[in-house]
Design a protein around this ligand. Structure first.
Ligand code: PLP
Length: 395
C-alpha cells in the first residue's frame, strides 16, 4: 500500500554503522532504521544468537514456558525499576498494553472512572487506534475517527497545565522522556521529576514511553535515569531487539499483578527467537564500559554538532536531544527533507523528525572516528543547502 514515502535506495548488506546498496554505494547509517539497529548491522554476536536460536526453535507460543523470555525478563527487572515484564512485538503494541495496564490498575482498585491518560502535544506513541489517540496528532488521526476516548493532550513541559488537568478521571500521565518523532524534544529533568511528584500526590501512574529513548540510546540504559526518577510502568521497543521485532512493557508489581491470566496476551510476543535477539542485545549493552562509551562518543558528537551549528547559522538553529538521539533544529529557510536529501547525497543516512528537525540516531556501537566522519559529511550536506544569500555573505 502507498503508506510510505520511500527514498529510492535499497540496501543489500550492512556492517557496523555502514550500509551498502546493490550497486556498491556505501552509506554511513546515522538513522539505524529509526533508532532501532542499536548494535549496527550484522553484529556478530546478535547474528550468531539469532542463527543458533532459529536452528533450534523459533516459536512455541505463550501456551508454554519460554526460557529465553524468562531470562530476558529477569535481566530487564534486575537492571530497571520494574518487577515484571510483558513481551510483545512493537512499540505501538507495548504502549497499547501499557494503556490497558493503567486502566486495569484503577479498575481493580475500585476506580474504573479513572481512565483518562494525560498526554502531551508533540507526542508520538504509535499507529494503532489507542496509541493514535494517545499521539493526538490531527494529521495522523484524520480519517480514522472516531478517536478512542480516554486521552487528553497538554502543552509539553507545562506543569501548571498538568496540575490543572488532573481530576477524578485521571489514570496516568504518559510521556516520552525525549519526544522522538515530535522533534527530538527533551523533557527537562525537572519536568520529569515534577510529573513523578504529581503522580505520587494524586495517586495516578507515571507511564513512560521509552520506545525510542531506552536501551542505552541516551547514554544510560533508560533515559528517565538521568532524572533520578522511576516510572510505574514503561514501554520499550525499537532498540531492544537490535532490529529484530520485539517490544516490552516493564511494570512495578502494583501494576503488573492485576494483569492476571487471560487479561492480556500475544501469540508471537516474547517468542524464543525474539528473546534470543533481546538477550544478545543486552549482552552487548550491559557489558562493562559499553554505556560509558556511548556517553563518551555522544559527547564527542555533540561537540562537533555544536560546532557545525555555529558554522552554519543560516541552516542550523540548535542542537537538542540526549546521548545518541540528537536533533538538529533547522531554520525556517530550509526543510528537514532538503537536509536529509543533502545528507544522502554525501553518503549519510539520517531521519527527519517533527518541527523541522533532522534527527541523528546512529548505532550505539559507533566510534569517535565514525562520529567525525558523519560530522564531515554533515558539514558538506549543510553547505549544499545553505540559502544562497547566506552563502554569498560567508564568502
Ligand atoms: C516508534 C515509536 C513508537 C511506535 O513503535 P512501533 O514499533 O512503530 O509501533 C511508539 N513510541 C515511540 C516513542 C516511538 O518512537
Amino acid at each position: 500500500m502507498p503508506t510510505y514515502n520511500r527514498a529510492d535506495l535499497a540496501f543489500e548488506r550492512g556492517e557496523g554503522a555502514w550500509l551498502w546498496t546493490a550497486d556498491g554505494r556505501r552509506f554511513l547509517d546515522f538513522g539505524s532504521g529509526i533508532a532501532t539497529a542499536s548494535l549496527g548491522h550484522a553484529h556478530p554476536h546478535l547474528v550468531q544468537a539469532i542463527a543458533e536460536q532459529a536452528a533450534k526453535v523459533m516459536h512455541t507460543s505463550n501456551l508454554y514456558r519460554i526460557p529465553q523470555a524468562e531470562r530476558l525478563a529477569a535481566r530487564l527487572v534486575e537492571t530497571s525499576f520494574a518487577d515484571s515484564v510483558f513481551f510483545c512485538n512493537s512499540g505501538a503494541e507495548a504502549n497499547e498494553g501499557m494503556i490497558k495496564a493503567v486502566r486495569k490498575y484503577h479498575a481493580e482498585n475500585g476506580h474504573p472512572e479513572r481512565n483518562v491518560t494525560l498526554c502531551f502535544e508533540g507526542a508520538f506513541h504509535g499507529r494503532t487506534l489507542a496509541t493514535l489517540a494517545a499521539t493526538g496528532n490531527e494529521k495522523y488521526l484524520a480519517g480514522f475517527g472516531p478517536a478512542m476516548p480516554g486521552f487528553r493532550h497538554l502543552p509539553f513541559g507545562n506543569m501548571n497545565a498538568v496540575r490543572d488537568a488532573i481530576d477524578g478521571t485521571t489514570a496516568a500521565i504518559l510521556v516520552e522522556p525525549i519526544q522522538g518523532e515530535g522533534g527530538v524534544r527533551p523533557a527537562s529533568l525537572d519536568f520529569l521529576r515534577a510529573l513523578r511528584a504529581a503522580c505520587d500526590e494524586f495517586g495516578i501512574l507515571l507511564a513512560l514511553d521509552e520506545v525510542q529513548t531506552g536501551m542505552g540510546r541516551s547514554g544510560k540504559l533508560w533515559a528517565h535515569q538521568w532524572a533520578g526518577i522511576e516510572p510505574d510502568v514503561m514501554s520499550s521497543a525499537k532498540g531492544i531487539g537490535g532490529g529484530f521485532p520485539l517490544g516490552a512493557i516493564l511494570a512495578k508489581e502494583k501494576v503488573a499483578k492485576h494483569l492476571k491470566a487471560g487479561t492480556h496476551g500475544s501469540t508471537y510476543g516474547g517468542n524464543p527467537l525474539a528473546c534470543a535477539a533481546g538477550n544478545a542485545v543486552l549482552d552487548v549493552i550491559l557489558a562493562p564500559g559499553f554505556l560509558d562509551n556511548v556517553d563518551r562518543v555522544a559527547r564527542h558528537l555533540w561537540r562537533g554538532l555544536l560546532g557545525l551549528a555555529e558554522r552554519h547559522p543560516a541552516v542550523v538553529e540548535g542542537v537538542q536531544g540526549a546521548g545518541l538521539l540528537v536533533g538538529l533544529k533547522l531554520t525556517p529557510e530550509v526543510t528537514n527533507g532538503e537536509a536529509q536529501n543533502a545528507a544522502v547525497a554525501e553518503g549519510l543516512l539520517t531521519v527527519a523528525a517533527g518541527m523541522n528537525v533532522l534527527r541523528l540516531a546512529p548505532p550505539l556501537i559507533i566510534t569517535e572516528a565514525e562520529a567525525d566522519e558523519a560530522l564531515g559529511l554533515l558539514d558538506r550536506a549543510l553547505l549544499r543547502i545553505t540559502p544562497s544569500r547566506a552563502k554569498e555573505a560567508a564568502k
